[in-house]
Design a protein. Structure first.
Length: 261
């Protein structure tokens, strides 16, 4: 059986085996609680904090500053890092590699299982924020909700994939991945100037800010930023995802996982 036949079959097998484990893990349960943060803030802002007549503004602020910039990266790192790093820390990483299957299938199958759980969490969180704010006066449009939730799902793919790759390359990769997501990314994404283009957040925001679904430019953090066209941004994000997949598959295939005694 050649690689092109064995890889998808083995990936599907690993995906099915790992999905139930991931969905019932402590990471997933903690993820459910964290995914509820944005809807909770939306409810408090609309029902308690006096934002009941500013549904669109509440949605834009929470969508960008909480859902896209905090919840998606945090859940992406938290779930994505477990694709390989959990096995490494548990010192059981060599067990899957003793089977006659491509090594890359272990990485792909486990990451895809984590991604499915992550997608459900982010979609639920984003939809809940949208529904709560759409029930207020001056609500966001359906197109605005779809655009921002779509960008959030793309963020989940990239942050979880990046974390999974970091977990292959580095020991204690979760610290590095969190540092990137909440120090490097946050700093670059929110300072004026061309340095923003070094962050994923710039391209994720470009997916929806360039459209006419909402007055995104009215947000203070977007006032002096010139975003790319959505198509150009999507192209760059796709290239990034493909490169991360290639690096992850190559590294897990070539790396010798040496377990300390």
């Amino acid at each position: 059986m050649n690689l092109f036949t064995a890889l998808p079959r083995a990936t599907w097998l690993i995906f099915r085996m790992h999905l139930a484990t991931t969905a019932t893990s402590r990471r997933a349960l903690a993820g459910i609680l964290f995914a509820a943060v944005a809807p909770l803030f939306a409810f408090l802002a609309v029902k308690v904090g006096g934002g009941g007549d500013m549904g669109e503004r509440v949605f834009m602020f929470l969508g960008v500053l909480v859902l896209l910039q905090v919840v998606a990266p945090a859940l992406g790192v938290f779930l994505g890092i477990g694709a390989i790093a959990d096995e490494t820390e548990a010192r059981t990483i060599t067990y899957p590699f003793t089977r006659p299957i491509p090594r890359a299938s272990v990485f792909l199958g486990r990451w895809l299982a984590s991604l499915l759980v992550l997608t459900v969490l982010l979609l639920s969180s984003g939809a809940a924020v949208g529904m709560i704010t759409m029930g207020a006066a001056d609500p966001p449009t359906v197109e605005a909700v779809q655009a921002l939730v779509g960008a959030t799902l793309v963020a989940g793919v990239l942050y979880s994939l990046g974390a999974a790759v970091i977990g292959i390359i580095f020991k204690r990769g979760q610290v590095i991945a969190l540092g990137y997501a909440f120090a490097f990314e946050v700093m670059l994404a929110n300072i004026p100037g061309s340095a923003q283009k070094l962050s994923l957040q710039f391209y994720l925001r470009s997916l929806f800010v360039g459209g006419d679904s909402a007055d995104w430019s009215s947000l203070e953090i977007f006032e002096r930023t010139e975003f790319l066209e959505p198509a150009a941004s999507a192209e760059r994000l796709l290239v990034t995802a493909v490169l991360l997949l290639a690096v992850g598959c190559f590294t897990v295939t070539r790396k010798q996982f040496v377990l300390s005694s």
